[in-house]
Ligand binder design. Structure first.
Ligand SMILES: Nc1ncnc2c1ncn2[C@@H]1O[C@H](COP(=O)(O)OP(=O)(O)OP(=O)(O)O)[C@@H](O)[C@H]1O
Length: 368
């Protein structure tokens, strides 16, 4: 267990080609800073190529940064080799030794480090006991006969047995089918809580990030846009990118013109929720923040209705003036080609026209 500090990391890959073959000026990581508290799990999300894996590799010591510092418990480890950092790594491919049983996988580290067989056996047993019910049976099986989820449990145990200071997990369950993914992520979360090991958990799946992370870091183009709890990101996004990245289906974003306390949106005039300087802005409306069926609303052309019986809810997808819109509705929402919709102006977000600043957020929903 450790407190991890990542400070102003810059990483440039020299062979990254920019548009038209020119050398790209944009680094893979651009002044990235991050603090992981002792025992905390931070989930890192962002689209492909935003630098998630590079960040993990730098913390692991597998890549060297061009600038910046990595500290474990206050000690500068930037130049420390990976093997000496005490980091446990779990990736999507389990990288277990296939010819060995689970037990052999756990004991291997001790064997290659010249430790006694008794110690290896005792540590493997202790870890198996702590991993929970049913785990010991897995250790007696050859790893290539285990399911993906089981292999991932053994891979995690193989890290835990070495008592890592930090776990680095890069899309550890993305290769599993949907059902196994769900049970395995519950399992991993339980283990992380139980062992209290500080963890960086990379995923491209927002829901997984919300489930796994005590906090979530949203990355874009080599930068961390915002770090916070789900509520902080959802209700107080730093900018339009975070606001649209967090939340599923995503919020609708409409261009608007502010003038004299009114917002003109798609030809309709709505009162601004807060004083907004006159000029172009963008407004964001989450699916749950629309009123439907009001005569004075904007006209939405419906493309399809996504019904989610397990949630007793539906999402109506369509367009207003060519802009994609998603509106939450009851499960029994009738099929319709058009719908009059009106935002709950008390729940809209207002962004600067370039999307880089959030000018107003409605704050958390008061459910009680
Ligand atoms: N070894 C390398 N050499 C050159 N460029 C690299 C190398 N590794 C990564 N990159 C580039 O650095 C950027 C960040 O890559 P990285 O793998 O960290 O992204 P990622 O967010 O993990 O993506 P994904 O979700 O697709 O795995 C990308 O533009 C990628 O092409």
């Amino acid at each position: 267990m450790a407190r991890i500090e990542v400070e102003k990391i810059v990483k440039r890959y020299s062979d990254v080609e920019g548009v038209g073959g020119a050398r790209s000026a944009r680094p893979a990581l651009d002044t990235v800073s991050l603090d992981i508290a002792d025992g905390e799990t931070i989930a890192i999300v962002g689209s492909s190529g935003c630098g998630k894996s590079t960040l993990l590799k730098i913390v692991a010591g597998l890549e060297q940064p061009d600038e910046g510092v990595v500290r474990f418990d206050g000690e500068d480890v930037t130049a420390v080799r990976p093997q000496a950092r005490g980091v446990g790594m779990v990736f999507q491919d389990y990288a277990l030794y296939p010819s060995m049983k689970g037990k052999g996988n756990l004991a291997y580290y001790f064997q290659v480090h010249g430790r006694t067989e008794e110690e290896a056996r005792a540590r493997a047993q202790e870890t198996a006991d702590r991993m929970g019910i049913g785990f010991e049976q897995l250790l007696d099986q050859s790893t290539d006969t285990l399911s993906g989820g089981q292999q991932q449990r053994v891979a995690i145990a193989r890290c835990i047995v070495r008592e890592p200071r930090l776990f680095l997990m890069d899309e550890p369950i993305c290769n599993l089918d949907a059902k196994l993914r769900e049970s395995t992520r519950v399992e991993i979360r339980k283990l992380l809580r139980k062992f209290g090991i500080s963890t960086l958990y990379v995923t491209h799946d927002q829901q997984e990030a919300v489930f796994m992370g005590d906090r979530i870091a949203v990355m874009r183009g080599g930068r961390i846009e915002q770090i916070g709890t789900f509520d902080e990101l959802y209700y107080s996004p730093a900018n339009l990118f975070v606001a649209t990245f967090i939340g599923s289906p995503p919020m609708t974003v409409l261009p608007a013109i502010a003038s004299g306390g009114l917002l003109t949106v798609a030809g309709a005039e709505w009162p601004a929720p807060v004083p907004v300087p006159d000029g172009p802005v963008r407004i964001g409306i989450r699916p749950e923040s629309w009123f439907t069926g009001r005569g004075d609303g904007a006209l939405m052309t419906v493309s399809h209705i996504e019904r989610i019986p397990t949630e007793r809810a539906a999402f109506v997808h369509g367009q207003v003036d060519g802009v994609p819109v998603v509106v939450a509705a009851p499960l029994n929402q009738p099929d319709t080609a058009e719908l009059r919709i009106m935002p709950d102006m008390g729940r809209v977000y207002v962004f600067a026209a370039d999307g880089e600043q959030c000018l107003h957020t409605p704050g958390p929903l008061d459910l009680f």
